[in-house]
Design a protein around this ligand. Structure first.
Ligand SMILES: [Zn+2]
Length: 254
């Protein structure tokens, strides 16, 4: 039993345990090229949250990881079989209910550890922060914590790419098809220049952009690369958790 994983903890152990920071990992259930499981984002969220929390716990941070939310925003993948979509408004309703519990019980720090590019919690946290002024609400996407080009040969992809494939080869190799069976993750780019350059935004219609649902070539993925990246990501996030657990929410600025 890991005392910082709520799904494994029992009331006997935690009913009088101080909790400084709650972590809510948030994934998605969606196709990941031909070769990775639908739960890829959930597996990444589960394992990155748990390992980061373990490292923080060892440094004395009283953290608690909630069960991973398995469904994310998949509004751009409506025609991809069993990509399960939660609307942002539904996510906000779920967040509201979780935050209401924490706020009522005097646990005032929450980190949403995001594992899916379609999820975007910033505007929700702005609104919820007004409703729950005692709460300190933060979010971080683990895939933005490091420069991928130091770890991977094809750092350009963003879905079922070399990075995600390497992670899954490290974390759950039995769920990854042989890489000869993976598509090449080739993706079309926007005709409109501003969208192509990334300084303007519109949602991509996924099935018109990529044939195999992947974006980014997974072929150079290895378990070793995944292990090295996983260790670096969790190390970095654990430092954030330690700081977050300790910081006085009434004295945040210097
Ligand atoms: Zn993913």
């Amino acid at each position: 039993m890991r005392p910082y994983i709520l799904a494994e903890a029992n009331w006997k152990h935690i009913h009088d345990q101080p909790i400084e920071l709650v972590i809510l990992p948030w994934g998605a259930t969606e196709a990941h090229n031909y070769h990775l499981p639908y739960a890829t984002d959930v597996i990444e969220a589960d394992t990155i949250a748990a390992e980061s929390a373990r490292l923080a716990w060892e440094q004395g941070a009283k953290v608690m990881v909630l069960p991973t939310m398995p469904f994310g925003v998949n509004t751009g993948q409506t025609d991809i079989l069993l990509d399960i979509n939660l609307y942002p408004s539904t996510q906000k309703a779920i967040l509201n209910d979780i935050i209401e519990v924490l706020n009522r019980q005097g646990i005032y720090k929450l980190l949403i550890l995001n594992s899916h590019g379609g999820n975007d919690f910033k505007t929700m946290l702005r609104e919820l922060g007004v409703q729950y002024p005692a709460m300190f609400l933060t979010t971080c996407s683990w895939f933005h914590t490091l420069d991928k080009s130091t770890y991977f040969d094809e750092p350009k992809g963003d879905h079922a790419d070399e990075m995600e494939t390497s992670l899954l080869l490290h974390l759950r190799p039995e769920l990854v098809l042989p890489l000869e069976e993976a598509g090449d993750g080739a993706a079309k780019s926007w005709k409109v220049q501003a969208l192509r350059e990334g300084w303007a935004w519109a949602e991509r219609k996924w099935s018109q952009v990529t044939e195999d649902t992947g974006i980014g070539n997974p072929k150079a993925a290895t378990a070793e690369k995944g292990k090295r990246y996983f260790e670096a990501v969790t190390q970095k996030i654990s430092g954030f958790l330690v700081e977050l657990a300790k910081v006085d929410v009434k004295d945040l600025y210097e």
